[in-house]
Ligand binder design. Structure first.
Ligand code: FES
Length: 111
């Protein structure tokens, strides 16, 4: 994983509980308390959604929950800002395509 395990000033990273999240069907290891986008970045996944108009990739931009570039479908809920949403063990995450609108009868437009 691409994580800072030792920092020259802060020292070693503290021990953290590991959890498993499922991203586009693949299980990934994450640390309890970290945000979804950070966990995905650590695994090299930097495209979090695709735009509706031109199908262009988007990822972390502001990193503080303001721009919506990082939205994904989380446990069936579209438009979740992954830069400010902590992981939870067993969480199911999907790359969002388009606006992530709800479909009538349940689910999202990705389904
Ligand atoms: S990166 Fe801007 S809202 Fe998440």
């Amino acid at each position: 994983m691409g994580r800072v395990e030792h920092h020259i000033i802060l020292g070693d990273a503290p021990e953290r509980k590991k959890v498993t999240i499922f991203v586009d069907g693949d299980p990934l290891e994450a640390y309890e308390g970290e945000v979804i986008a950070a966990a995905l970045w650590a695994h090299g996944k930097k495209t979090l959604r695709y735009t509706k108009k031109d199908n262009r990739p988007r990822g972390i931009y502001c990193g503080i929950g303001r721009c919506t570039d990082c939205v994904m479908i989380v446990d069936g809920v579209p438009n979740v800002r992954t830069c400010v949403t902590p992981v939870r063990d067993g969480m199911v995450i999907q790359t969002q395509k388009g606006l992530g609108q709800w479909k009538e009868g349940g689910g999202s437009e990705n389904d």
